[in-house]
Design a protein around this ligand. Sequence first.
Ligand code: PEP
Ligand code: CO
Length: 464
Amino acid sequence: MNPLHHDHVAHEHDFSLSASSAELDALATWRDSPRVQQPSWPDESERAAVAAQLRTAPPLVFAGEADQLSARVAAAARGEAFVLMGGDCAETFAESTADRIRNKIRTILQMSAVLTYGASMPVVKMGRMAGQFAKPRSGDTETRDGVTLPSYRGDAVNGYEFTEASRTPDPHRLWRMYTTSASTLNLLRAFTTGGFADLREVHAWNQGFISGPGFDRFESLARDIDRAVRFMAACGYDFDALRSVEFYAAHEALLLDYEEALSRIDSRTGQIYDCSGHFLWIGERTRQLDGAHVNFMARVNNPIGVKLGPGTSVDDALRLIDRLDPERRPGRLTFITRMGADKIRDRLPALVEGVRDAGAKVAWVTDPMHGNTITSSNGYKTRRFEDILDEVTAFFEIHQELGTIPAGLHMELTGDDVTEVLGGTGSIDEVGLERRYETLVDPRLNHQQSLELAFLVAEMLSQR
Ligand code: PEP
Ligand code: CO
């Protein structure tokens, strides 16, 4: 091998860890901005020690992968692809098992096959996975039977169990977040490049699921895909290209201690990337213009998202664009709107129009989950499938009317047969929620409900 060539390759993948770089230091200025939703770590020296350990650990993703994803998101913003993001509200360490991870990936692959086949559209696949371990909470504390303890902020911060020991934030959990993300990502890469995701396995993805409308419809679609694949193979098409699929990891960049410690300088470009995941977003509760999260995200070059709730003004959106995407780089910025089915028709049009008229190129993605959370009469935090569908429908209609592009879907889902969301073809009712309600935070669509939604979205997409 040409030693020069070898050097060059090695150099391209060599992330400089020089913490003395001024830009990397500037990342830490988030600490000078007002910050919300950060845990109070009991011992600052322990936190600093864990951060130092993370700073020398290998990055979880490479900058080149993040750039490739930016290009994919840019295509979606132009209407040439469709983004599908899905996964748990909150991953947990205990459930980051091979089975659970495989089931989630399989559900996303099946949804993606439905969308690709139904709408003849490439799907950009992202898991809310390998880093979705921290949650913003409405209160800093929780009181049960007169006892007040810190709120559960996700496994990256504290334990769910309601005891003082478990609820006390522990910075060593940040290291566990890193190792669990690494093992999850490792399996994800194995599944998506090792043949499991091969479209020729489309029938196998449906195995092990109980028969039902989603199952049957998918079987029939899988037969169609099979036939098309066999036809193309007979024509001499090389299907080894289907063995691996691109599948990206996304999470909310909530814990800035962690995100900062996983940021690296890309030696190809000298730019900073947050190498904890490919795509990062900031939430509805952490998107303050002068706040720590916006400060931090403005300095990393990943494709990023911002959640926008019903209170967002056009001015808010334009200022976020100026701060986070001053160069108007296609694929850089995604707005993930989560208005609620009852508000989207009233709130979204003005926002999309204002951004369009300002000439900004963002990708519009709908999150039909977080604006539609309710409490059932028997006390479960849940959502109605019909509200979720209604918000997605409105999202497509609004973009159709404005001549803009609905670029994707952001979902809370699992590959298992849980009962957390009301309705769908399985007709889960309030009593039915009790059967298998497992989420620690927000309710997720189960496997059948996810497929059902994918079929409905495929119809909307193909009519676009
Ligand atoms: C979430 O995605 O789980 C979340 C907390 O969303 P939002 O920031 O939109 O409330
Ligand atoms: Co959630």
